[in-house]
Design a protein around this ligand. Structure first.
Ligand SMILES: Nc1nc2c(ncn2[C@@H]2O[C@H](COP(=O)(O)OP(=O)(O)O)[C@@H](O)[C@H]2O)c(=O)[nH]1
Ligand SMILES: [Mg+2]
Length: 364
């Protein structure tokens, strides 16, 4: 299953425009608030250059790159968690994603309506976060309710109840679940329970300001958005970038960019920023038939990583062989790496590192 990123934001923030820009698709991006109900789904291609280098050595029949699934989720509004503007349904769509890009409007665009009638990125961001928090409170509340009776006799449920109460307190203070979970270590069972709740505010969030304003540092951008010092932020002028992309003449395109003192479009950088900052990593499989990259959530076990390739592989996992990317390249492939003792045999709990070349041994 591919990694999924959801675009979340108020109506008319520029989500659909960004979706089109990133995926090269053309779904309607209109000055009309609730134009999307089911999420639009597209692909964000990640042309990992390590695949090319590995393929050069292995000469496979074909090479392929993993992509990220991008979902353009309908506009949220204040009260969404209570069902405003079909809000609950939209919030449900966010449950399924692995990371969020929160598109925040910074452009004034007099002809483009704003549901809150003024341009105020910080307020918009707060409104959006509140809705996500309210939804999480509902989710946590329901779970607490459902285990309440059992937790009097069952030690495990009692433990879970305590953790859920803590999360509930956190959310009630308008803090995100991710802040609570950040430095905590739980028993496997509790962790699985928390994961199964798919809390919206436990997901990593990139705050993307849609503006033509130039920010010289991430800190300036953070303060504009009212985001903490370690917050993930990005800014770009979505409509301008689409205009540049639409220019057929390459020279003209380059000149326009240079005029803006940009060496590359932000929309070209964004996918890589997502990969890095949303805690996604890549491993590579390198057989004679195919060399391919696979994107996974950092920190998952080898067994879970096998499931990235095929659901069945999780159950049938036996072991894997791993080689660091640099070792593989320097050794000129599997054989050389083996001779130099650079190939390791690892078990199901091994944590795959970014860039590693992996060979899975899968049972029948
Ligand atoms: N002036 C201006 N208009 C924009 C910008 N970004 C988006 N728009 C316009 O705002 C309207 C809503 O954009 P859309 O992408 O559909 O927003 P969504 O509701 O968040 O999906 C469209 O008419 C866009 O052309 C921008 O940076 N500047
Ligand atoms: Mg839209």
């Amino acid at each position: 299953m591919p990694i999924k990123i959801g675009l979340v934001g108020l109506p008319n923030a520029g989500k659909s425009s960004l979706f089109n820009l990133l995926t090269g698709l053309s779904i309607p991006a209109e000055n009309y608030p609730f134009n999307t109900i089911d999420p639009n789904i597209g692909e964000l291609n990640i042309f990992d250059q390590r695949v090319d280098k590995v393929a050069k050595i292995v000469s496979p029949d074909k090479k392929n790159y993993d992509s990220i699934e991008l979902r353009d989720i309908a506009g949220l509004v204040k009260g969404a968690s209570k069902g405003e503007g079909l809000g609950n349904q939209f919030l449900g769509n966010i449950k399924e994603v692995d990371g969020i890009i929160m598109v925040v409007r910074g452009f004034s665009g007099k002809n483009v309506a704003h549901v809150l009638e003024s341009i105020d990125p910080q307020r918009d961001k707060e409104v959006l976060l509140s809705e996500l928090i309210l939804k999480d409170l509902e989710t946590v509340g329901k779970r607490i309710e459902s285990i309440k009776r059992k937790s009097r006799f069952d030690e495990k449920k009692k433990k879970l109840n305590t953790v859920l109460d803590e999360i509930d307190t956190y959310l009630n203070e308008e803090k995100l679940a991710s802040e609570f979970l950040k430095d905590k270590k739980f028993d496997k069972e509790i962790e699985t329970e928390i994961q199964s709740l798919q809390l919206l505010t436990a997901k990593p969030i990139i705050y993307l300001l849609n503006t033509d304003e130039i920010f010289t540092s991430k800190d300036d951008l953070r303060s504009k958005l009212g985001v903490k010092e370690d917050g993930l932020v990005f800014s770009m002028d979505i409509v301008f970038e689409q205009e540049v992309v639409n220019i057929v003449d390459e020279k003209e395109r380059r000149e326009l960019l240079e005029g803006m003192e940009m060496n590359q479009l932000m929309s070209k950088k964004l996918p890589y920023y997502c990969l890095d900052s949303l805690r996604f990593e890549t491993f590579i499989t390198a057989g004679k038939q195919e060399v391919r990259s696979w994107i996974f959530k950092k920190g998952i076990s080898a067994k879970e990583a096998a499931g990235v390739i095929h659901n069945d592989f999780t159950k049938k996992f036996i072991s894997l062989e791993a080689c660091a990317y640099e070792d593989f390249i320097e050794s000129g492939g599997w054989e050389g790496a083996e001779e130099r003792g650079k190939v390791r045999l690892e078990g199901k709990n091994y944590v795959i590192k970014d860039g590693e070349i992996i060979y899975f041994k899968i049972g029948a």
